[in-house]
Design a binder for this molecule. Structure first.
Ligand SMILES: [Zn+2]
Length: 435
């Protein structure tokens, strides 16, 4: 691998990196194991959290049956809001407190898993809602102790939320996406069953796959951990600690798998091999970004999804306009990588090579363009929107998009080049359209 100097020590920089992850069980049919694992974690009365659509599907019945067979009391909560808000987090937390559960099983996409994390937190350590929310929007207080056991069962091969200590939501009063970030939020266990992605519509698989791709490429090209200032005490070392040799492993393999299987998995719902591989790539990238942190494409996505006007993509519920998370991220990615390549061209070229690009003969100066071109090619093959204009934004929206995302310091500061406000604005302009 090209970047042997990427982790060179720097004056005042961190000298160590940490590896944290959920325990993982991965394989077809593992939802049936939920009861056994929950009992082993000491859970006797469990909140099974999902959303209204999934509650009607066989997967929910499978998990419920498994929990009951293991002798657990199961309380079902199927009111999770897709794209959760502070209100929906609080409703779920009230439910968990009143139900008196001593553990959680979440079954769904990132919205469901994140909601269970919040419900676990606020029912374990009740507090005014903003207490634990990221500063400066919230108080950013440290979670005082361990949470109850939580088994996360993802049903989309995207968010990686089952492996991270992040819960994202819309703060309604500020019309802003923000989150709660703590190692304590990380689920105790991820139960990952590729069977669950079989019924997913094409567009949903594509958007999730691009989310995975961006998790991997962003973590791989994030600033190196050794350039981040050393923490005052070891316990203050952030989860978004920057690229590191551990996260590199998952990133590289995830990108390679996506290069090989993404288009197949999108095109053919019956292609179990390709959809299973995508689920594995999502897991690897989830572990990687949970330990490295994403950067600008994710930071910019917050306002792209938050300011949505009337975009209603195929495959998603038609009632609400929505820019699905993966789309809100990938529309920024080519623009960002063209900009960040200068900081670590070898890593950008390696990303493109792992996706399948011919990079022999490419120079460091070509790196951004080669990687951007490869991503754009995949976006076109899978009918993704053509940049920001494809999801309903124009030049006159750039100021609002910039204002909306600039406060995402945790993400923007993890980029390998400095992202000032004028730079951010230019990145949005360059993301308006790609072809
Ligand atoms: Zn993401």
């Amino acid at each position: 691998m090209g970047c042997c100097h990427y982790y060179a020590p720097s004056e005042g920089g961190d000298e160590a990196f940490s590896v944290d992850m959920s325990a993982i069980t991965f394989g077809r049919g593992v939802l049936k194991e939920a009861g056994d694992h929950a009992a082993a974690l000491g859970i006797s009365r469990v909140a099974l959290m999902t959303d209204a659509r999934l509650a009607k599907l066989e997967h929910t019945a499978t998990v419920k049956r498994a929990l009951e067979t293991a002798g657990l009391d199961v309380v079902l909560y199927d009111e999770v809001r897709v794209e959760p808000t502070d209100e929906s987090f609080q409703a779920a937390s009230r439910f968990a407190s009143e139900a008196g559960v001593n553990g959680f099983v979440s079954l769904g996409g990132g919205s469901v898993i994140d909601t269970a994390k919040a419900a676990n937190l606020y029912s374990s350590y009740p507090a005014e809602f903003l207490t634990y929310v990221n500063a400066p929007i919230g108080g950013g207080l440290t979670i005082p102790g361990p949470l109850k056991p939580h088994i996360a069962c993802p049903t989309t091969s995207g968010t990686g939320s089952e492996c991270t200590g992040i819960a994202v939501f819309d703060l309604l009063a500020m019309k802003a996406k923000t989150g709660i970030v703590s190692r304590r939020l990380r689920p105790s266990m991820a139960l990952i069953d590729p069977e669950t992605t079989r019924s997913l519509p094409k567009n949903v698989v594509a958007a999730s796959a691009f989310d995975v791709l961006s998790h991997a490429l962003e973590s791989y090209t994030a600033q190196p951990y050794s350039q981040r200032p050393a923490p005052a005490t070891p316990s203050l070392r952030p989860m978004s600690q920057g690229a590191n040799p551990w996260s590199d492993l998952g990133c590289r393999e995830a990108v390679r798998i996506l290069g090989e299987y993404m288009v197949r998995a999108v095109d053919d719902a019956e292609d179990d091999e390709a959809r299973g591989q995508l689920m594995w790539a999502a897991t690897l990238a989830g572990i990687a970004f949970g330990n490295a942190g994403c950067h600008a494409p994710h930071g910019m996505s917050y306002s792209v999804s938050g300011l949505v006007r009337d975009f209603r993509p195929e495959g998603y519920p038609a009632e609400l306009p929505i820019v699905p998370h993966g789309m809100s991220v990938i529309v920024n990615a080519p623009s960002v990588f063209r900009f960040t390549a200068e900081a670590c061209p070898e890593r950008h070229l390696e990303g493109a090579r792992l996706l399948g690009a011919e990079t022999r003969g490419a120079t460091p100066a070509d790196a951004g363009e080669v990687l951007a071109g490869e991503i754009i090619g995949l976006m076109r093959k899978t009918a993704m929107p053509n940049g920001l204009s494809g999801v309903g934004y124009g030049e006159t929206d750039v100021a609002a998009l910039t204002e909306g995302s600039f406060p995402q310091k945790r993400l923007l500061d993890n980029a390998p080049r400095e992202i000032t406000k004028p730079v951010l604005s230019d990145l949005y302009v360059s993301a308006l359209s790609y072809w």
